[in-house]
Design a binder for this molecule. Structure first.
Ligand code: TYD
Ligand code: MG
Length: 471
């Protein structure tokens, strides 16, 4: 059906037509409804954003229809807030990310790429978690034998862990009600399905329905729930915003699959801050906490390298520290080459032009290679100053101090401009043990807290070069 065409549009959304269909397709981004799935939303133009939703029939008799009951609002002050009861997970790093432990009755979503170690971490938590009651581990991915093998490998032998290999959420809910455990694990949300929805397991409508069903059961009984979800290639848990707004806490486990370090990040937390990260190492006996993460990041780098620096980039609302590397070498003949790996090529040539004109670096006979270590892509202007300083550092063969972090956008006149979310970036640098932070002068007023690291405001490129010792 052509969504542009008036006639069909009117027919599609007419009440008569809606009454017949049991499900409706809703745009994830703007809430536009259609009776058919559409690739592109005609209202907000986003692609692939439609998901199936059940139409719940409501009686439309008027105002007071709920069997004579009347809803009466009360003064907010007349309510008393209950203390949140937290249980320790056995991992200090995880407790910190959660804001002090798992809150009783909360719903936590743990996302991460397949094979990153989610099931391993959760199984370890099942064993270590304090408090009375059973733990119910529901897996739709692995059999009881596989989980037992993993438990043996991790040295876990705990009477309180119950296992259920089931993918039908209605049966799972029944089991939760019967067992009444203190903690429920759903591994993973993408393998579960509800009979009430025709869409395939893992589709947005299924994922949404299952989460709301589990939430209803567990919240009414005060059972803590951890839902495991695999992330898609773009880094979203299937059904991007749908799940994140439903749950209380969203955690992501990140890391390179063939590299043993893992970062646990709080993306949303109704019971704590989201600035915390937890670091783990995947060993042969499962996940181990890392107490001093800065050591690892710094030890990965060369001792005193020229042409290397660390910047803080934002991935959505998440700060991430990445290493930039640059290499300049004499052009043998012809045109100087510029190679940008992980940043925009045009941005690199522009920044080199500013370096030549405003900082007087003669790069017109130099090949410049720039690389973002670990294959990450950095697409934001906040990396500008870092890119320029790392290029200058390689050209002059002078290293940038390794405990320094460089932030700032650079304009065409060489001025260092304000960047967004400065506080999150600086907090991340502080968390990872950096000592000095070069930031745009105009951002200084945004930083209200006291930080453990030296914060230096920079007005232009030349000032930055002098502070680092490149001039
Ligand atoms: P897993 O927890 O199954 O990942 P996910 O649930 O996120 O898909 O982890 C699988 C990987 O972890 C696998 O490659 C093997 C490795 N691993 C260890 O290195 N040490 C261990 O003790 C365990 C149990 C797994
Ligand atoms: Mg798993």
């Amino acid at each position: 059906m052509c969504p542009q065409c008036e006639f069909f549009y009117a027919k599609e959304t007419s009440p008569m037509y809606m009454a017949k269909s049991k499900t409706v397709f809703v745009c994830n981004e703007c809430g536009y409804e259609s009776s058919k799935w559409l690739g592109k939303c005609p209202a907000c133009n986003s692609w692939n954003s439609f998901y199936e939703q059940k139409v719940v029939e409501t009686k439309s008799k008027g105002i007071s229809q709920s069997d004579g009951k009347i809803a009466t609002p009360q003064a907010l002050n007349s309510y008393e807030a209950k203390e949140t009861i937290r249980t320790h997970t056995g991992f200090n790093e995880l407790d910190r990310v959660l804001g002090g432990g798992l809150v009783k009755g909360s719903l936590v979503l743990l996302g991460g790429e397949p094979g990153i170690g989610k099931s391993t971490l959760i199984l370890q938590i099942c064993d270590k978690i304090k408090g009375d009651g059973k733990v119910l581990y529901v897996s739709g991915e692995e059999s009881a034998e596989q989980i037992k093998l993993r438990a043996d490998r991790l040295g876990i032998s705990n009477e309180d862990i119950l296992f259920l290999g089931e993918t039908n959420i209605e049966l799972v809910n029944q089991a939760i009600i019967n067992v009444n455990p203190k903690l429920v694990i759903i591994d993973s949300i993408q393998t579960m399905y509800s009979e009430e929805i025709t869409a395939a397991a893992g589709s947005v409508s299924q994922v949404r329905e299952i989460t709301s069903q589990v939430m209803r059961v567990c919240k009414s009984k005060g059972i803590t729930t951890i839902i495991i979800g695999h992330v898609t290639k773009e880094g979203n848990i299937a059904g991007p915003r749908v799940l994140e707004h439903m749950v209380d806490t969203v955690l992501y486990l990140e890391g390179e699959r063939y590299f043993s370090y893992r970062i646990l990040r709080g993306v949303k937390n109704r019971f704590g801050s989201t600035n915390e990260i937890g670091m783990f190492e995947m060993k042969d006996k499962g996940m181990c906490e890392i107490d001093n993460p800065s050591d690892i990041l710094i030890s990965e780098r060369e001792d005193n390298p020229s042409g290397s620096c660390i910047i803080a980039t934002m991935e959505g609302t998440r700060p991430l520290l990445v290493e930039l590397q640059a290499l300049t070498s004499q052009t043998i003949f012809g045109y100087p080459r510029r190679t940008a790996n992980g940043i925009d090529y045009n941005r690199l040539t522009l920044l080199i032009a500013v370096l030549e004109k405003k900082a007087g670096l003669m790069l017109n006979s130099q090949d410049v290679y720039l690389n973002v270590v670990s294959g990450l892509k950095v697409n934001e202007p906040a990396a500008d100053l870092g890119i320029m300083m790392v290029t200058a550092s390689s050209f002059k063969n002078i290293p940038i101090p390794k405990d320094m972090i460089i932030l700032g956008e650079v304009g065409l006149t060489g001025e260092v401009r304000r960047i967004n979310m400065i506080e999150k970036r600086v907090k991340e640098a502080e968390k990872l043990g950096f000592k000095t932070c070069l930031i745009p002068e105009s951002n200084k007023k945004d930083l209200k807290d006291n930080y453990k690291l030296d914060i230096i405001g920079i007005k232009d490129v030349n000032e930055a070069m002098k502070k680092i010792g490149l001039k």
